[in-house]
Design a protein around this ligand. Structure first.
Ligand SMILES: [Fe+2]
Length: 255
């Protein structure tokens, strides 16, 4: 999978990130955060395509690298990663890719696929009119994206004075509070919406709910091997409703 056009794309991606870092000056750690996240999602997508039957593996890996390219202009312009308070970063990234030469080494069909994945990767539901092979690419990127976001957010949930509110979305840190509707959605086997989150515990519930919803068996295996559910549970209040949720999610993951 170490094709020369993937190597060129990685170099191009690093150059783009460096340009945005220059624009934000001392706040560049937030651009670095998304740059490094994209590189890890790229590596996770490679892991998934090596273990699954994916028809277009090189394009999946390329799309994983580019999926969050819209995060850079979003942060430069708005200083936040909350789409509901700024712009849709998937749409922004798709437009950026469509109007620059960054994908010049790819055929028109491959470029369109990468742009479609970038636009769709953060939508609650994938568009119904996606070609099956593009839908599969989206599923690879969405699994890889979730697998990487979880430890990033957990690391940022440190004691209050070290917390990075850009990563934790400025949510309220009330150690014993959660939103009943968020828990109810997770108990029903769905994932809550970002817009439903009020407390940090709601965010933890959202992250935990992602496990059973991962598309590929290799993704769910990684979720279990990295002990994400146990790590999230350790950060939640040790009370019956939340213990019940974690037990239910563990059963679904193992099924
Ligand atoms: Fe991402």
């Amino acid at each position: 999978m170490g094709t020369s056009r993937l190597r060129t794309l990685r170099q191009e991606f690093m150059t783009i990130a460096a340009e945005y870092m220059q624009q934000v000056g001392y706040r560049q750690k937030h651009i670095v955060l998304k740059r490094n996240h994209s590189l890890r999602v790229h590596a996770l997508a490679r892991h998934i395509v090596m273990h699954e039957d994916v028809a277009w593996p090189e394009i999946a890996v390329a799309a994983a690298l580019m999926h969050d390219i819209g995060r850079f202009p979003q942060y430069v312009q708005f200083g936040t990663y909350r789409d509901d308070q700024s712009i849709d970063h998937g749409d922004k990234g798709a437009s950026l890719l469509a109007h620059t030469a960054v994908l010049r080494d790819f055929s028109s069909r491959e470029r369109q696929a990468i742009i479609q994945v970038t636009r769709a990767h953060n939508k609650r539901d994938l568009p119904l009119d996606l070609e099956p092979c593009v839908r599969t690419l989206c599923q690879v990127v969405r699994d890889a994206d979730k697998l990487d976001i979880i430890p990033v957010v957990l690391r940022s949930m440190k004691p209050r004075d070290q917390r990075d509110s850009v990563v934790t979305l400025g949510l309220e840190d009330a150690p014993e509070q959660w939103t009943p509707e968020v828990l109810a959605v997770a108990l029903s086997g769905q994932s809550p919406l970002y817009t439903q989150l009020c407390y940090l515990n709601d965010f933890k519930i959202l992250l935990a709910s992602w496990g059973p919803g991962l598309t590929f068996a290799s993704s769910r295996k990684l979720f279990m091997r990295r002990r994400y559910l146990e790590r999230i549970q350790a950060l939640l209040p040790q009370v019956a409703p939340l213990t019940e949720l974690c037990e239910r999610l563990a059963r679904s993951l193992a099924a």
